[in-house]
Write a protein that binds this ligand. Structure first.
Ligand code: N01
Length: 534
C-alpha cells in the first residue's frame, strides 16, 4: 500500500459512523429522516441543493406546478396537515418549497441535514458491513445503511445537439433552472419538448415572449385541470387503497361492455372532475385493451381539437390517429395549453418532419431554415428512475459499480435493493411503483417498509441484508410479464426507458401500489424472504 492509499484508509477509518446516510431531500428523504430518527437511529441526510424540496427545488421554471392534487400530494402525518393550508389545488413549485420549510420547522429536520452536499461515490466495506460514502467536497462518512432517495428525475437529459454550447442567448434545462429565475418578457423563446415540463413552460412563455416556437416531437395527450372541495381524513384513507395511490377509483367494467352513451357519460364526468381523473378513473381495461383504449383517445381528441382553430395545427397537436395508446405515456395537466397555439406570437415546429440539425449562436437550425432565438429552453426530460442512482459511483461487493451491473437494464428485488449491494436500499426507484404512484404516498408506504426492515435488523442483531440474485431475477421477470399484459410497451416513454438513446427498454415502474405493497409486506412477514440476513 502506498502512502496516499494509507492516508486515505486512515481518513476513511476515522470517518463518522452513522446507522444510516440518506441521500436526497425530497418527500422520500424527508420521511426517512423523520421516521428513522423517531426510531432512535443515528441518521443524517445529504442534499445537493441549497434547500429541501427535491424536484421542487431544482425545477423552479416559470409555471412549474404539481399535477397531483392536494391534499393527496402531501404527507398524511396529522401533525403536519392539521395546520397547513394550500392556496391552490395544484400548487406551484414555490408553494411546495414553502411546504417543505414548514415540514422542516415542525419536524426539526435541518439539524441533521447537510445542504449543498452532493454524494459522488460510495463503496461497501465488506469487513465492517458498512458503506463508505464520499461527497464532492471531500467529506467521507461511514454508514451501516445507505438509503438512496434521489427521486426519479434527478438526472436531466440534454440531447446531444451539434453546436449546443455555441448558442449565444440564454439556455436552460427545466430541471436545472436558475434559482434566481429567468424572464421570457420580450424575448424570442424556443422550447424543445412537450412533456409535462414543456406544457407548463409553454403556457407561461406564451404570455410574455415576443415570439414562442415550440419544437414538438410527439404530441402530449394533455388533460384539463379543474377545482374541487377537500376532505382530508377521508382522502388519506382512500389513497392507500387505489391503483396509483391517489383518491381516484376506477370503473371495474370494460369500456366495451357499456353502450356508447354510457361510456361518453363517464368520460364527460371524469373530464369535468379534472386532473388525472380522466387517466385513472376510467374503465378497467383502458391500459390493457387497444379497442377500449381507442374510445378514450377519441373522446380526448375530439374535446381537444374543438379548442384549436387551425385544422393543420389540430392535426399536429391532437391527430386523428393516436400517436400511441392513451395514458401509456404520462399525460400532463394543462390550463390553456391548446389555446396558446391560437395566438399570433406562437408557432409549432414538428421535429419529426423538420428535425433539429444543429444549434448555432443565433438559434436553432432545422431542415427548413434558422429559427432565431434569445432563449432556448430544453424541456427534454430526465434519465428517469435509474439515472439518479447510476450517476453516483456506487461500488458493491467485488467492486462492481451499479452502473455496470445495470448495463443491460435495472435489476432489483421489490424495487428496493439489488444483489451485490448489501445494506443499500433505494426508494421511489426502478421496479417500484415510483412513476405510477403519487410521490408522498410512496414515500410513506415504502418508507415504513424500510423503517420496519431496519428495526427488524436491529432487534435480531443482524448487520447485513442483501437481496438474492434469484429473488431479483424473479422480480424482474414478474414485472416484465406484467408489462406484456399492458399497452405500456407500445409508447416510447420514460416509463419504458425509451426516452434516452441506448437505454435498455424495460418497464421501469411497477403498476399498482396495493399489489406492490402486498408483495413487499408478504416478503417481510416471511423473515424477509428473498434477502439474506447476517
Ligand atoms: O420530460 P418528458 P418532462 N428532440 O420525458 C422531448 C414529471 N413532471 O420533464 O415524447 C426533440 O416527459 C420528448 O419528445 P418525445 C412527470 O412525471 C411532473 O416533461 O420523446 N424532442 C418530450 O416531449 C413527467 O412525466 C410535473 O417524442 C425531444 C419531452 O422532450 C416527468 O416529470 C411537471 C428530444 C420530454 O418529456 C418528465 O416530464 C414536470 C429531442 N432530442 C414534470 N428529446 C408536474 O407535476 C426529448 N424530447 C406538473
Amino acid at each position: 500500500m502506498n502512502s496516499v492509499q494509507s492516508s486515505q484508509t486512515q481518513k476513511d477509518d476515522d470517518a463518522e459512523v452513522l446507522d444510516a446516510l440518506i441521500v436526497g431531500g425530497g418527500f422520500n428523504g424527508v420521511y426517512q429522516l423523520h421516521r428513522l430518527r423517531q426510531e432512535g437511529f443515528k441518521v443524517r441526510l445529504f442534499e445537493a441543493g441549497a434547500d429541501l424540496g427535491g424536484v421542487w427545488y431544482w425545477n423552479c421554471y416559470p409555471g412549474a406546478r404539481v399535477d397531483s392534487h392536494v391534499p393527496i400530494y402531501e404527507f398524511s402525518i396529522e401533525e403536519l396537515w392539521r395546520d397547513w393550508n394550500w392556496t391552490e389545488r395544484f400548487p406551484a413549485w414555490d408553494e411546495l418549497c414553502r411546504y417543505f420549510h414548514y415540514v422542516d420547522k415542525k419536524l426539526d429536520l435541518s439539524r441533521d441535514i447537510r445542504f449543498g452536499t452532493r454524494v459522488s461515490a460510495a463503496e461497501f466495506d465488506e469487513a465492517r458491513d458498512q458503506w463508505v460514502i464520499r461527497t464532492t467536497d471531500g467529506t467521507v462518512v461511514r454508514a451501516r445503511y445507505f438509503i438512496l432517495c434521489t427521486g426519479f428525475a434527478s438526472k436531466p437529459y440534454i440531447p446531444n445537439y451539434k453546436g449546443l454550447e455555441s448558442f449565444a442567448g440564454e439556455s436552460f434545462h427545466t430541471g436545472l433552472w436558475p434559482q434566481e429565475g429567468a424572464s421570457f418578457t420580450g424575448k424570442r423563446v424556443g422550447v424543445v419538448g412537450t412533456g409535462a415540463s414543456g406544457v407548463q413552460v409553454v403556457q407561461e412563455a406564451s404570455k410574455d415572449a415576443a415570439h414562442l416556437t415550440v419544437f414538438q416531437r410527439t404530441p402530449i395527450l394533455a388533460l384539463p385541470m379543474q377545482q374541487r372541495k377537500l376532505d382530508y381524513p377521508e382522502i388519506f384513507r382512500i389513497r392507500r387503497e387505489t391503483f396509483g395511490g391517489f383518491d381516484i377509483l376506477r370503473d371495474e367494467r370494460s369500456a366495451l361492455e357499456v353502450s356508447p352513451e354510457e361510456r361518453c357519460a363517464l368520460y364527460e364526468k371524469l373530464w369535468q372532475e379534472g386532473g388525472f381523473h380522466y387517466w385513472i378513473g376510467g374503465f378497467a381495461d383502458i391500459l390493457t385493451n387497444e379497442d377500449a383504449n381507442r374510445t378514450m383517445y377519441d373522446f380526448w381528441r375530439d374535446k381537444t381539437r374543438a379548442r384549436i382553430k387551425d385544422p393543420a395545427l389540430a392535426d399536429k397537436l391532437a391527430p386523428m390517429e393516436p400517436p400511441h395508446p392513451f395514458g401509456v405515456k404520462r399525460p400532463s395537466l394543462e390550463q390553456w395549453y391548446y389555446e396558446v397555439f391560437n395566438q399570433d406570437n406562437v408557432s409549432l415546429v414538428d421535429v419529426r418532419e423538420m428535425p433539429i440539425t444543429e444549434i448555432v449562436p443565433e438559434g436553432v437550425r432545422t431542415a427548413d431554415g434558422l429559427v432565431e432565438l434569445d432563449m432556448l429552453v430544453l424541456a427534454t426530460g430526465f434519465d428517469a428512475a435509474t439515472g439518479g442512482l447510476t450517476q453516483i459511483d456506487i461500488r458493491g461487493t467485488g467492486g462492481v459499480t451499479l452502473k455496470e451491473k445495470w448495463t443491460e437494464g435495472a435489476r432489483t428485488y421489490l424495487g428496493f435493493a439489488t444483489s451485490g449491494f448489501p445494506n443499500m436500499l433505494f426508494l421511489y426507484g426502478p421496479q417500484s411503483p415510483a412513476g405510477f404512484s403519487n410521490g408522498p404516498t410512496s414515500a410513506e408506504l415504502q418508507g415504513e417498509w424500510v423503517v420496519d426492515c431496519l428495526k427488524h435488523m436491529r432487534e435480531n442483531n443482524k448487520g447485513r441484508i442483501e437481496a438474492t440474485a434469484q429473488a431479483e431475477e424473479e422480480w424482474t421477470q414478474f414485472l416484465s410479464a406484467i408489462a406484456d399484459m399492458t399497452l405500456f410497451p407500445r409508447a416510447d416513454s420514460w416509463y419504458m426507458g425509451a426516452n434516452i438513446p441506448g437505454k435498455p427498454r424495460q418497464l421501469l415502474n411497477f403498476p399498482g401500489v396495493p399489489m406492490y405493497m402486498d408483495r413487499c409486506n408478504t416478503a417481510a412477514a416471511k423473515d424477509y424472504e428473498g434477502f439474506v440476513l447476517d
